[in-house]
Design a protein around this ligand. Structure first.
Ligand code: 5GP
Ligand code: ZN
Length: 137
């Protein structure tokens, strides 16, 4: 891992991920400790730490992909709604210092705690097979 960043390692293919969407600029994959079923992270492949050091151009590209992936998940899961979260700094709960957006699917009136829960890897793999827009997951 060249810069000790786990999301850069995922973008470089050095660490596996359950990919949902990929293009030349952006990657989306299932969070391994999901808040809810289908919790997905969307990152720019190029490393920046948070919102403030990321260019407007990159943010525009990433948020467009957040919209595309959220729309896809809404029908493919399906879910009834979703939250978009984006944490900056430890005080805000940011644990991975590579800018990312969370898409957190919501189901009916199901309550949610915005806390990570260790994911079931075989369930995540099966879910990725079902909802991924990437041909080889
Ligand atoms: P943050 O708290 O920084 O906004 O969110 C980081 C997210 O990254 C957490 O929800 C955590 O579960 C997720 N995460 C951390 N390491 C990995 C990993 O190796 N793979 C995946 N898919 N998600 C990760
Ligand atoms: Zn990084």
């Amino acid at each position: 891992m060249k810069n000790d960043c786990v999301f850069c390692a995922i973008a470089a293919g050095e660490i596996p991920a359950f990919k949902v969407y990929e293009d030349e600029l952006v990657l989306a994959y299932l969070d391994i400790n999901p808040f809810s079923k289908g919790h997905t992270l969307v990152i720019p492949k190029a490393h920046t730490e948070g919102l403030l050091d990321t260019s407007d151009e990159t943010l525009a590209a990433v948020i467009a992909r957040v919209k595309k992936v959220a729309a896809h998940l809404k029908s493919a899961l399906p879910c009834d709604g979703f939250n978009i979260l984006q944490n900056n700094g430890e005080a805000a709960g940011q644990t991975v210092k590579h800018v990312h957006f969370h898409i957190v699917p919501r189901y009916g009136n199901e309550p949610i705690v915005f806390e990570n829960h260790p994911g079931d890897m075989s369930a995540l793999a099966a879910l990725a097979q079902r909802v991924s827009l990437v041909s080889a997951v």
